[in-house]
Design a protein around this ligand. Structure first.
Ligand SMILES: [Zn+2]
Ligand SMILES: [Zn+2]
Length: 545
């Protein structure tokens, strides 16, 4: 084995795994006759740039190009065809695997690696836990298999929509049903079809610049990797899908950023119950119960966090009331009534749990009401509830620290941010919120109690929509089209609808929103009257979703 220091200058030696691979390739019969394989005995000439103007090897690039053309003829690839040279490089490669020159990591040469777009689609599937780890260097087949093992049948049933364009383009019939069929389709049909923008190869081809016809830097270390993979995006794409599912109010962008910062900079703080970290950010009032997604969190270690799950203790209720007393909005508009009517009755952990159950039913009631609006072509109005323009700003916190097991900072600073990124966040929020609304009662009919299925207020809200809509029928049509489209077409359609959706003034919905608010207030009053009822007092199996 050659000394790895024989290659690479300026203190950046090529990785030993890569040097070993070079030797394997140069001696492989497939590449026999490659011109100028060595600079001198024992020293491989791996690179053959096209811009050498002088010296013994100035024609190496051209001579190697001829070698590739002869190889193409040998294996029956026409040099008149599109990308013939990279097809030859991929076809003749003896292992289809290559280590990275920089880090030594071995990756497949095939289009096996999911791009951010695809990862996002998978992250957003129903039933995928928010802490599921996604790694862009995990081949797609392995990832799908792992999702299936972790999340069960909910994932497999959604795969046809995840890969709908691929299934269509490849004219796949019948559509795979079992996991072995899916893996087979991915490996034998989808990956070989090299779907750009969805999957990436482990290394890009660039014959004849490199001996084997591939870039030295693999996907892991590529300098100009997709934007979607950039650190900023990985960090900020942590938005909990549930924030969108539950129509939470609040500065969701600031809250997300702070959640990410807790993970990266405050995780060594101690848990509020005195345990050693790492700690995660706990919404003191769970968003699944109608509380805001706001930039203020309590630090809980993993066991305490999962023990708390989606309910409140007495200490949480007291803390929320404390924050309210300083003028903070802690609860979303739709859950204000039940919270306000019950919060002062909470004097024990049992009461706090009772209130949690009431608020969960308030959520079921909210989703039922929003579904009515949704079914009555109220998408433009619903979009106005999502606070999409929050995404136009990035957020930084000054002097961030943990005080009494809570996040604290001196100042929250907003700054305008990259439009493209803002657009993607808005599209994602729209898509998830609508998606969840249409599926909500399909997956949760077992214990969902809707307190006031119909009220005159709700009827008024729906009626007012048809009146208001005459002013923005075009916007409604655009949103409806995007919402009804297949998953892979949805992004561009939602994107196209954004500007016109924003152009609708909030006043257009004043009557609708007032009526819906009145409906939720009545719902809250009805639930508050059930404070002593069996449904909320009895110790029954927790409804955890
Ligand atoms: Zn690498
Ligand atoms: Zn703890």
């Amino acid at each position: 084995m050659a000394e790895s220091s024989a290659y690479g200058g300026r203190g950046r030696p090529w990785h030993p795994e890569f040097v070993e691979y070079m030797e394997f390739i140069v001696q492989h019969p497939v590449y026999s006759g490659m011109p100028d394989a060595y600079y001198e005995p024992g020293r491989i000439q791996w690179e053959a740039p096209s811009n050498r103007s002088s010296g013994q090897f100035k024609d190496t690039h051209g001579r190697r190009a001829k070698w590739w053309a002869a190889k193409a003829a040998e294996i029956g690839v026409s040099t008149a065809s599109d990308q013939w040279i990279s097809r030859v490089a991929k076809t003749i490669h003896p292992t289809k695997l290559k280590p990275c020159k920089i880090c030594g990591r071995q990756l497949q040469l095939r289009y096996a690696y999911p791009q951010e777009r695809l990862l996002q689609r998978l992250r957003d599937l129903r039933g995928v836990p928010t802490d599921f780890q996604f790694d862009p260097l995990e081949p797609i087949s392995d990832l799908v298999l792992r999702l299936d093992r972790h999340c069960g049948s909910t994932v497999i049933s959604q795969l046809p929509s995840v890969f709908s364009s691929g299934l269509k383009a490849l004219n796949t019939k019948p559509i795979p049903r079992s996991m072995p069929e899916w893996i087979d389709w991915l490996e034998k049909h989808y990956i070989p079809s090299e779907p750009r923008g969805v999957l990436s190869p482990g290394a890009m081809s660039n014959a004849p610049d490199r001996f084997d016809g591939f870039h030295c830097d693999n996907l892991c270390c590529r300098k100009h990797a997709d934007k979607g993979r950039s650190k900023e995006n990985l960090q900020t794409y942590v938005t909990d899908r549930r924030v969108f599912e539950y129509w939470s109010a609040g500065d969701w962008v600031a809250a997300d950023r702070l959640m990410g910062l807790v993970r990266t900079t405050l995780s060594s703080a101690t848990c509020r119950n005195g345990h050693q970290g790492p700690c995660a950010a706990d919404h003191i009032g769970p968003i699944s119960l109608g509380f805001c997604h706001r930039p203020r969190f309590q630090l809980l270690c993993t066991p305490c966090n999962s023990a708390k799950s989606n309910r409140m203790y007495l200490s949480d209720v007291l803390l929320l009331k404390q924050h309210e007393a300083t003028g903070e909005t802690v609860v979303s508009w739709h859950s204000r009534a039940v919270w306000d009517l019950c919060k002062d009755r909470v004097g024990t952990d049992e009461h706090a749990r009772r209130l949690s159950k009431l608020m969960r039913d308030n959520r079921h009631s909210l989703m039922a009401a929003l579904k009515e609006v949704y079914d009555a072509n109220g998408l433009t109005y619903l979009a106005s509830l999502l606070e999409l323009d929050r995404a136009n700003f990035d957020v930084t916190f000054t002097e961030l620290k943990a005080t009494d097991h809570l996040t604290a900072y001196a100042k929250l600073v907003h700054s305008a941010r990259d439009t493209k990124y803002a657009v993607e966040q808005k599209v994602r929020r729209l898509r998830i919120a609508f998606d969840e609304l249409s599926a909500y009662f399909e997956k949760r009919n077992r214990n969902a109690f809707v307190a006031c299925p119909t009220t005159t207020h709700l009827k008024r809200a729906v009626d007012s929509l048809s009146k208001a809509r005459s002013g923005f029928s075009m916007q409604e049509a655009l949103l409806a089209k995007a919402n009804a489209a297949a998953k892979d077409a949805q992004g561009s359609l939602f994107r196209a609808s954004l500007d016109s959706t924003r152009a609708v003034p909030a006043s257009a919905f004043a009557a609708t929103h007032a009526a819906l608010e009145a409906h939720m207030n009545q719902t809250g009053r009805t639930l508050a009257e059930l404070w002593e009822s069996d449904r909320y007092c009895r110790e029954i199996a927790e409804d955890v979703d």
